[in-house]
Structure formats: C-alpha cells, structure tokens
Design a protein around this ligand. Structure first.
Ligand SMILES: CCCCCCCCCCCC(=O)SCCNC(=O)CCNC(=O)[C@H](O)C(C)(C)COP(=O)(O)OP(=O)(O)OC[C@H]1O[C@@H](n2cnc3c(N)ncnc32)[C@H](O)[C@@H]1OP(=O)(O)O
Length: 224
C-alpha cells in the first residue's frame, strides 16, 4: 500500500510488522521506482519462463546466469519479510505485499483506487495466474478480492483483518484484462461487511462477501 493511512502510533494498534523509518518521502518514492523497474523485469522473467520453448542446454545456461544475479541481490538483504513501513509524513510502503508490493514480482500488481464509497482496480492477469486452462486460478481470484475488499474495509483510516471470505465463482475468469470492485455493505461494531467482484467484458465472473474485523483497541471509524 502507498499513501497516507492511519498507523499503529496514531491508532495505538499493536499489530506486528509495522516499522517506522525516518526515510524522507522523496527518497521512498525514488527507491520505489527503482525497485518497481527491477520487479517489472522479474515479472517478465516469470512469464517468459512459463512460456519458453528454448532447448535444454539454453535453459541450463539461463539458469546459471540467473543464479549469478540472485547471488548479487543476496549480498545485501533484509533479515526477513519486508513488512509495512511508514515515515513521519505517514507515507507508507509495503514492497513485499503479495498483491501490490512494488518489489514483489508475484504481485500482478493490483493498483487500488479509492473513490468515495467504492474501491476499484483494473488489472491484466497473464500466464502466471492460470488455474484451469486459460482461466484465472480460483485462489488467485480470492487473493485479489481479499486485498481489495480489505482495502475497502480499511477505508484508508483503520486496520481491518479478514475474518470470513465467501466466494461465488459464477463462471470461469479468463486470463487478460479484468476489473475489480469492493465496497462496504454495513458495519456492526468492529465487524465490517464488504462485497466484492471480479468482472471481464461480459460482466461478473466472481462475487464475494467478506467480514473484516478491526482488532481490539483500534478506533471504530471516524475521519482520516
Ligand atoms: C493501516 C493498515 C491498512 C490495511 C489495509 C489492508 C488491505 C489488505 C487487506 C488484506 C486482508 C488480509 O489478508 S488480513 C490476513 C488474513 N486474516 C487474518 O490473518 C486474521 C486472523 N484472525 C484474527 O486475527 C482474529 O481472529 C480477528 C482479528 C479476525 C478477530 O479476532 P477478535 O478481534 O479477537 O474477534 P472476537 O473478539 O472473537 O470477535 C469480534 C466479533 O467478530 C466476530 N468474528 C470473530 N472472528 C470472526 C471471523 N473469522 N469471521 C466472522 N466473524 C468473526 C465475532 O463473532 C464477534 O462478533 P460480535 O459478537 O461482536 O457480533
């Protein structure tokens, strides 16, 4: 996630993985762009690997070349996962996030837009997300919906964890361009009920209902 949100020091949430850093926003932006450029190429690598038909010897040469690049990246590493970081200006960055992390080539990535009452995102899913032939893996659909529905529940101002997520796969979701939406249906105390969908040009392929729960001690809502 990026942008200004509420964080533990503001909301007194003791959720692990949040790390405050003094990195200026301009430096975060610069580094994020650098990492995103690398990640885009790694994403290309994943797609090219899945679809390659080069001969065995060439596969082995490419493997050895990539192993050397991995060793170079390993010369300076975080001790564990990237977590969620934020600075004094509340610029946040979670570059390892499985759905939208700028340094995670597994992430499609999903770029979620927050409108007044709806979160939406357009994404193109390629060969790396295939389940049934030519169709998106059902778990990938659930992952993307979990994320965008969680973003809708958080509304850029609070922490909300997935409690229950119910999926209805109405028909196969084709690989290619897709549209996702999510919005809050109602709230009951710490429970936030959210609806979400994935659509192709022909309409909804997957619909989901979710119950997202604010951890104890977090504000029940209010302004940003
Ligand atoms: C700045 C960051 C932005 C964040 C922006 C984030 C965007 C990305 C979002 C990604 C979302 C994820 O993947 S989150 C990762 C996946 N989810 C998790 O790992 C969550 C694991 N589970 C938990 O941590 C916990 O079980 C919680 C927090 C969900 C609930 O624990 P709790 O707070 O102790 O709940 P508890 O007091 O027992 O119950 C409170 C009320 O919720 C109900 N309830 C409890 N659990 C559930 C449940 N699983 N499903 C439905 N309802 C439940 C209870 O019946 C009760 O209702 P009543 O009696 O009051 O009526």
């Amino acid at each position: 996630m990026t942008g200004r949100r509420s964080f533990p020091e503001e909301s007194a949430v003791g959720v692990g993985g949040f790390v405050r850093e003094d990195t200026p926003t301009a430096e975060v932006d610069r580094r994020e762009a650098v990492m995103a450029s690398l990640t885009g190429t790694v994403r290309e690598l994943i797609d090219a690997t899945i679809r390659t038909t080069v001969d065995d010897d060439e596969v082995h040469r490419i493997r050895d070349g990539l192993a050397a690049l991995v060793a170079r990246l390993r010369t300076a590493q975080l001790p564990g996962p990237a977590g969620i970081r934020y600075n004094a200006e509340l610029r946040s960055w979670n570059w390892g996030n499985a759905v939208m992390g700028a340094a995670n080539a597994i992430a499609p990535p999903l770029r979620v837009q927050h409108d007044s009452s709806v979160c939406h995102a357009d994404v193109v899913l390629g060969a790396a997300y295939e389940g049934p032939p030519g169709l998106v893996h059902g778990g990938v659909s659930a992952m993307l919906l979990d994320h965008i529905m969680g973003e809708a529940a958080s509304a850029m101002r609070r922490t909300a964890f997935t409690g229950t997520l119910t999926m209805r796969y109405r028909r196969g979701t084709p690989l290619g361009p897709l549209h996702l939406e999510a919005s809050i249906v109602r709230e009951e105390g710490r429970k936030i009920f959210v609806a979400g969908s994935i659509s192709d040009a022909g309409g909804a392929t997957v619909e989901a209902d979710g119950v997202f729960i604010q951890p104890v001690g977090t504000p029940a809502g209010g302004g940003r």
